[in-house]
Ligand binder design. Structure first.
Ligand code: SF4
Length: 268
């Protein structure tokens, strides 16, 4: 189902207004509600923007700070990250963390940037005993890191889809895309990510059928190419995906003029 961005925004406004009162107040109320649910949880599950191989550090870059509450409030933390999120060293984090903020929202740094090297040894907090000094609780924490492949290692061997793995999920390509601005992420995107680069992600992770649901929303205008901080040629990836989609099924009645898409001028 193709939805419009305006329609999605209207539904969110309606949802935030269901309790009556101004949307701003309700938003704060939802924030408190979410904080209470996190405090009650036995297990906190987060993603990770990056994971460093040398120190085992997780970098969480968020706008709301809920992820870091989720790490420290429950006793058990499960972090789930794609294998492409692993960086060699802690020193490698800095340029990537800076790129996310600058490319996503234009900030020098995102509102909440947290580095955790599990197991976190701060005491877990007994929210039901507000009077208990935190320092008296001995640390009793568990940590699990789930590294997800789901087609990513195969993408690494794919000369055309490999660039997709460079994506740091800043959203700059979506923000610069006229079609995305019209229809929004429910129509232009998949389960892995949203916007133009989602064509590469869906093709690699869920297959060509999933990518075919929205691949033609990329018109190849190339505005996103200059917006992307890691210089991914998003329209090229969508051209490759579209060519592969067109070659699936019964092509006995189709006479292709060339084998594969016309090579781009500069290959990285
Ligand atoms: S493709 Fe580039 S611009 Fe788009 S989300 Fe990924 S890193 Fe950001």
């Amino acid at each position: 189902m193709v939805r419009s961005r305006e329609g999605t925004a209207r539904r969110i406004r309606e949802l935030l207004s269901t309790e009556g009162g101004p949307v701003e107040e309700n938003t704060l109320g939802f924030n408190e509600y979410l904080g209470d649910r996190i405090a009650e949880a036995d297990v906190g599950v987060t993603g990770a923007n990056f994971v460093t191989a040398d120190t085992g550090t997780l970098a969480l870059v968020t706008s709301e700070g809920n992820a870091r509450k989720t790490v420290v409030a429950p006793d058990t933390h499960v972090a789930v990250a794609g294998v492409e999120k692993v960086l060699p060293t802690f020193e490698d984090l800095r340029p990537f963390v800076e790129l996310i903020g600058r490319s996503a929202t234009g900030q020098d740094i995102t509102s909440y940037v947290s580095f955790f090297t599990p197991p976190v040894d701060s005491p877990s907090i007994a929210f039901d005993r507000a009077d208990a000094p935190i320092s008296e609780d001995p640390p009793d924490r568990e940590f699990h890191l789930v590294l997800v492949d789901n087609g990513r290692m195969a993408m690494r061997e794919d000369d055309d889809l490999r660039e997709t793995l460079y994506c740091i999920r800043c959203g700059a390509c979506a923000n610069s895309c006229a079609n995305f601005q019209s229809v929004g992420g429910h129509a232009f995107g998949g389960e892995t990510y949203t916007g133009g680069i989602a064509g590469g992600w869906e093709a690699g992770v869920h297959g060509l059928d999933a990518a075919a649901n929205f691949n033609d929303l990329c018109t190849g205008c190339s505005r996103c190419v200059t917006a992307c901080p890691v210089e991914i040629d998003v329209p090229w990836i969508n051209t490759v995906v579209r060519d592969r989609i067109n070659r699936t099924g019964d092509d006995s009645n189709v006479d292709f003029l060339v084998e594969g898409p016309t090579p781009r001028v500069s290959c990285r």
